[in-house]
Design a protein around this ligand. Structure first.
Ligand SMILES: [Mg+2]
Length: 230
């Protein structure tokens, strides 16, 4: 691969770009406490790598609330209000190497930065503005587009092709994320998959899902960029 080939880099947010110190989980718990009057640690709800819409549906199903669009939207609206309040109060961080990689890629004409995330767009913006990363990204695919993460790659690719009037073939697209769900999401549309063990999955656990690349973290920016041909 030569570095002059135009590439589309699609990034997961939580535990890939940032660690929001569980602000999202805190907001979910608060909505449950207010709505259902219980302190629920939500240990039985799978969150990592899932879309916000999927998470909301799982929680509403647990509390036997009908999964209507109206109910899901109302739950997510409450979640976003809580997220906006909790993010400034929580001490999260940008993960190692991320800010430098984004700055370098953003300066390049032949690298396009997008988001491919289970967050709602409003939640993604709240989180990334909090940590100064939002303006690096031109567009994204979000939970607003589909509740199944594996469907999101096609939305991101279509948006990139339209905006750039360029046909990004799947092999010219990298999906970067911290969970097996991110790897599956990238493989679902033929992209290269880049796994980074800055979330709860270890390098070995990620490697078991056969990503094209796996890193402990992105702190060695020069090595990461060289290895990926970025
Ligand atoms: Mg993640």
């Amino acid at each position: 691969m030569t570095s002059s080939e135009k590439r589309l880099l699609l990034w997961d947010i939580d535990s890939t770009l940032i660690d929001s110190a569980r602000a999202g989980m805190k907001s979910l718990k608060r909505v449950v406490a207010v709505r259902f009057g219980v302190e629920d640690d939500l240990h039985d709800i799978e969150v990592a790598g899932r879309t916000d819409a999927h998470i909301a549906r799982s929680i509403l199903a647990k509390y036997r609330v009908a999964l209507t669009g109206e109910n899901v939207t109302a739950f997510l609206d409450d979640y976003l209000v809580g997220l906006g309040e909790l993010l400034p109060q929580t001490n999260g961080r940008v993960l190692p190497g991320v800010a430098e990689i984004l700055a370098r890629m953003h300066a390049r004409e032949d690298r396009v930065l997008g988001l491919l995330t289970g967050n709602l767009e409003r939640g993604a913006e709240l989180k990334l503005r909090r940590y100064g990363l939002w303006d690096y990204f031109e567009f994204g695919a979000f939970a607003d587009d589909h509740h199944d993460r594996n469907e999101l790659g096609a939305f991101a690719r279509t948006r990139a092709c339209e905006r750039h009037n360029f046909d990004f073939v799947p092999s010219a697209i990298d999906v970067i994320g911290d969970t097996p769900h991110d790897i599956a999401c990238g493989k679902a549309f033929g992209a290269r998959t880049v796994a980074v063990a800055t979330g709860t999955s270890t390098v070995a656990q990620l490697a078991a899902h056969a990503p094209d690349f796996v890193f402990e973290d992105l702190s060695d920016v020069d090595a990461v960029v060289a290895k990926l041909g970025w």
